[in-house]
Design a protein. Structure first.
Length: 311
C-alpha cells in the first residue's frame, strides 16, 4: 500500500478532509480534498462539516479553520509550522493602539494569530484586501496589520481610505528586489510577469511594461485564461506545481533566489499520515478566544458573500 493509499484509507476511517495551501509541497497538494489560498481555504473551512480537518499549511491557517469549526478536530501535521509575518504583531500591540486611538479601526491580514484576530475589527486576505479596506468607510484612524507591502498595494491601487501600515512583512516575498525580477525578464523576454502583493512596491511596479499583481488564486485564474504561453511567477515556489498541473501546455519560471517558505515545506505526506493515525498535533484554542476571533473573520466572509459595506 502506498502512503497515498494509507492516507485515503485513514481519511475514510476518520471522516476527515484535507485542506492544503498552494505553497505546500506538490505531493501534499495532490492528496488534498481542496487546495487554495487563504481566502478560499477560509471560505471552504466555513462550510466544512467533517469531523476531522487536516490542515496542510501553517498554524494561523489551522487556527482559522478551528475558529470556524469549533466542534471539529483540526490537525496541523507539523506543530512548528508557523508564519514569521504573523508573529510580527501581538495582541498587546493592538490593545496599545486602541488606547491611543479609541475610535480607530484595525484591519488584520488573515496572516495573524488567533490572539491578534480576537483584538481586531475585520480580517482580509491578499485576494480581497481592496474590498475590505474600502468597506471600512471614512474612518480617520485605520491601522492595517501586519503586512506593510500589502497595505501599500491597496492604498495606491484603489480608492481606499488612508491607512497606517504596521511594519511587518513576509520574509519570502520582501527579499525579492527589482533587480531579481529584471534578471528573470532578461532570461525569459517573452514571459508575462505575475507578482504577489506581499512583494515590495518597487519590486512590483518598475519595469516599463505591464505586470500582473495578484493573490495566488488570482494568479491561477490569470494563467488559465491568458493567451500568453510563458510566465514568470514571483511568489512562493509551491504554486508552480499546481500551475503546471492545471496548464500542461504552458511554461512557468520561478525566480532567483528561489522563493521558498521553510514553514510551508514542513508539511509532508508522512506527517499527514501520522497525524491521521495519532490524531495529533491537534489545534486547540480557548472557547472565549475563538468567539472573539470569529467576529472579524465572519465579517470578512459576510462581505465577500453579500458585497455589502461594513460600517
Amino acid at each position: 500500500m502506498t502512503i497515498q493509499e494509507e492516507i485515503a484509507d485513514l481519511k475514510r476511517q476518520r471522516n476527515a478532509v484535507i485542506l492544503a495551501h498552494n505553497y505546500v509541497p506538490g505531493d501534499v497538494q495532490d492528496i488534498a480534498d481542496f487546495c487554495g489560498d487563504s481566502l478560499e481555504l477560509a471560505q471552504t473551512a466555513a462550510k466544512c462539516s467533517a469531523e476531522v480537518i487536516v490542515f496542510c499549511g501553517v498554524r494561523f491557517m489551522a487556527e482559522t479553520a478551528k475558529i470556524l469549526n469549533p466542534n471539529s478536530t483540526v490537525l496541523l501535521p507539523d506543530h512548528t509550522a508557523g508564519c514569521p509575518m504573523a508573529d510580527m504583531v501581538t495582541p498587546e500591540d493592538i490593545r496599545f493602539y486602541r488606547k491611543v486611538h479609541p475610535d480607530g479601526v484595525v484591519v488584520a491580514y488573515v496572516n495573524t494569530t488567533a490572539a491578534v484576530k480576537a483584538e481586531v475589527d475585520i480580517c482580509c486576505t491578499s485576494g480581497n484586501a481592496d474590498i475590505i479596506m474600502e468597506s471600512v468607510g471614512d474612518h480617520k484612524n485605520v491601522l492595517f496589520v501586519p503586512d506593510r507591502n500589502l497595505c501599500e498595494e491597496y492604498q495606491h491601487g484603489y480608492d481606499a481610505p488612508v491607512v497606517k501600515a504596521w511594519n511587518g512583512f513576509c520574509p519570502v516575498h520582501d527579499k525579492i528586489l527589482n533587480h531579481h525580477v529584471r534578471y528573470a525578464m532578461q532570461q525569459h523576454p517573452d514571459a508575462t510577469v505575475i507578482l504577489h502583493p506581499e512583494c515590495q512596491w518597487n519590486t512590483k511596479y518598475n519595469y516599463g511594461k505591464d505586470t500582473v499583481v495578484a493573490s495566488t488564486s488570482g494568479m491561477l485564474k490569470y494563467v488559465k485564461h491568458s493567451k500568453a504561453r510563458e510566465f514568470i511567477i514571483v511568489t512562493e515556489s509551491g504554486i508552480l506545481h499546481r500551475m503546471q498541473k492545471e496548464n500542461p501546455d504552458k511554461t512557468f519560471y520561478g525566480i532567483e533566489p528561489e522563493m521558498v517558505c521553510a514553514d510551508m515545506k514542513k508539511v509532508t505526506l508522512l506527517k499527514v499520515r501520522d497525524s491521521l493515525l495519532t490524531m495529533q498535533p491537534e489545534v486547540d484554542l480557548p472557547a472565549d478566544l475563538m468567539n472573539k476571533a470569529r467576529v472579524p473573520i465572519e465579517r470578512m466572509l459576510d462581505i465577500m458573500k453579500d458585497e455589502h459595506n461594513w460600517q
